[in-house]
Design a protein around this ligand. Structure first.
Ligand code: F6R
Length: 596
């Protein structure tokens, strides 16, 4: 989902590789167009952009040969305006004196375009990034300096976005933040900004994080921050980050997804160490326990972790926690939310717009807003009181794997602490995960021929494995493009059973306590010709009833959901590859969804 990067240096120099490097680091967010602009000492703007991936557009347009002392690169994921050369960013102002690009959405774009055209400005595209440029241009034309023009533009441009712009009339780069992420890096003799922190870290670790309603003026040797609200200067010291970008390589695996699946034992270990030492765990569990009502809010995979987490909270701490999709939380629980309620927002990216919208609502109601977040420095991490890191490092592959496992583990840990249980028993989890990865892979390969030719299947679970079934189905549909529905096993007979015919695959995720209940559901499928595949601890009752059993190590009912996730990850990965898809970057999807 769109990414921007800008850099200002002292002298003209080859800038293309720096811009391309940043674009590649931002590419995990998903995009359909690439564009770059440089400005040299002769005040010439070189703008090159087109539809396509970085490795396709860059050689075609010679992006690596671009020279200048200021540069902007943008990856566009189309929302306003079809993917096209003219809608690709950056955009020029009317007379080609300014160039800018944004990340996010300007929701009054259509009305603004009409206004700008009526004012005689040259509007070339239907993209809202261009409206950002014209909004600044309008006020520069009225004689305001850049910072004042940006302050005015900020109020005109409705929505959530971050924006970077440069003018040929000075030597600076300007950016501002309103809802979308924007971080600034100080390099000594250069300054840069980007939509996310990891993309800056290979260049510098001295970071200034912008807040909403702040403008940054960047020069080669430093920055100044200005408040949109009152025009006053803001003082903020840079933070020094130690995290590197080394993880962002495939490390010998054919895909990031497989690498990230194999990283699960390590990240689980890391999470447990971190939680054991964190004082925030106590703060969080105390707030969760004392809240009048408790909600677990997220989207997609993160929501599924919340579902499992809510069963843990009930079983281990007698605490009711309502798992809810972020936009539905706004609609359903927003109106009744009070300051006595608590919300745990769970998100890999910490930038999902649907989640941040829900956070806005919860904050306005005065509810206690806490977070489980993977990306450090993200908006959610910044606004949570407190947040716990998911400790997964970079997750590059679009389908979430290791972050899901650590979300579930984090919820288990919090539930145990809420219920006064000793979390030391969790220290065996990383080894169990490792064992599961090793033993599940050949079993999954065995069942692959029975499912891979089908474009329609179900995954069913119950209780603690309900959320795992939903997650397995999401993963399957996300990267195989087959239709797969996750469902509570008991609901299958209330309708979907009619889909079952000869060989129809139904995957059952079976917790050790739920075998008798699931055996009925398995037989309802097999007697109608369906192919029942169980993912479960070894159990003769299952081997006697299902066609295939993917056997998990014995971890007991609480750990079973974590271990059962792994064969489903591997199955979706293997199916995706067997179908010739790229599991890391499924079509139409983006890693970070910063739009409504
Ligand atoms: C699926 C997936 C998505 C995300 C969802 C929320 O594999 O990754 O369903 O879980 O878009 O994203 P975050 O967790 O970043 O808020």
């Amino acid at each position: 989902m769109c990414g921007i990067f800008g850099i200002v240096t002292r002298d003209d120099q080859p800038m293309g590789d720096t811009l391309l490097g940043a674009a590649r680091r931002l590419s995990y967010r998903g995009y359909d167009s690439v564009g770059a602009a440089t400005i040299d000492g002769g005040k010439r703007i070189d703008l090159r952009k087109d539809v396509g991936k970085v490795d396709d557009v860059a050689p075609r347009l010679g992006l690596s040969e671009m020279i200048g002392r200021r540069g902007i690169v943008q990856l566009r994921w189309a929302t306003f305006g079809a993917p096209s050369q003219v809608n690709a960013q950056p955009h020029l102002d009317s007379d080609g004196d300014m160039v800018g690009a944004h990340n996010g959405n300007v929701v009054n774009n259509v009305a603004l375009r009409q206004e700008f055209m009526a004012e005689g400005l040259t509007v070339r595209s239907t993209n809202d990034g261009e409206s950002c440029v014209h909004a600044v241009e309008r006020y520069v034309n009225q004689g305001l300096d850049m910072v004042e023009a940006i302050r005015r533009a900020y109020h005109v441009l409705e929505g959530d976005y971050a924006f970077v712009i440069a003018s040929v009339h000075d030597e600076r780069l300007y950016a501002f933040k309103k809802g979308s992420g924007l971080v600034v890096g100080l390099g000594g003799d250069f300054t840069c900004c980007s939509s996310d922190l990891p993309s800056l870290l290979p260049l510098t670790n001295r970071i200034v994080r912008l807040r909403d309603g702040e403008i940054v003026v960047m020069e080669p040797d430093g920055v100044s921050l200005w408040s949109v609200a009152n025009g006053a200067r803001i003082d903020r010291d840079p933070e020094v980050f130690t995290q590197g970008m080394d993880a962002a390589v495939k490390g010998g695996y054919p895909h990031f997804m497989l690498k990230e699946i194999h990283e699960q034992p390590d990240v689980a270990r890391e999470l447990l160490h971190l939680f054991d030492a964190s004082k925030h765990v106590d703060v969080m569990t105390a707030a969760m326990q004392s809240a009048n009502r408790l909600y677990y809010v997220g989207c997609g995979t993160s929501y599924h972790a919340g579902i499992v987490g809510s069963v843990y909270a009930a079983r281990l701490a007698g605490r009711s926690a309502v798992p809810v999709l972020a936009p539905q939380f706004v609609a359903q629980f927003g109106p009744t939310l009070t300051k006595d309620d608590a919300v745990v927002f769970v998100s890999q990216s910490g930038e999902t717009k649907d989640v941040l919208n829900a956070l806005d609502v919860a904050e306005r109601a005065g509810a206690r807003c806490m977070g489980l977040v993977n990306v450090l420095g993200s908006t959610l991490a910044h606004r949570s009181r407190p947040y716990l890191p998911l400790a997964c490092g970079y997750e590059i592959s679009v389908p979430a794997t290791k972050t899901f496992l650590n979300q579930v583990l984090a919820f288990l840990y919090l539930a145990m602490r809420m219920g006064g249980h000793d979390t030391k028993v969790l220290h065996g989890v990383p080894d169990l995960i490792e064992h599961t990865i090793a033993t599940a892979a050949p079993q999954v390969d065995r069942i692959l021929p029975d499912v891979n030719h089908r474009n329609d299947l179900y995954t069913l679970g119950y209780g603690l494995t309900y959320g795992i079934a939903l997650e397995g189905a999401l993963k399957l549909k996300e990267i195989t493009y087959a239709h797969c529905e996750g469902m509570l096993s008991t609901e299958f007979k209330h309708g979907p059973l009619s889909a079952v015919d000869d060989g129809y695959p139904v995957v059952f995720v079976v917790g050790p306590d739920d075998v008798p209940l699931l055996i009925s559901a398995i037989n309802e499928v097999t007697v109608r010709g369906g192919r029942a595949i169980a993912i479960a601890e070894p159990d003769s009752r299952l081997t006697g009833n299902a066609h295939d059993v993917v056997a998990l190590p014995v971890g007991g009912p609480l750990l079973n959901p974590i271990l059962a996730t792994i064969p489903l990850q591997l199955l979706s990965y293997r199916m995706s590859v067997a179908r010739g898809h790229d599991p890391d970057f499924p079509r139409n999807l983006s890693k970070t969804l910063t739009v409504d």
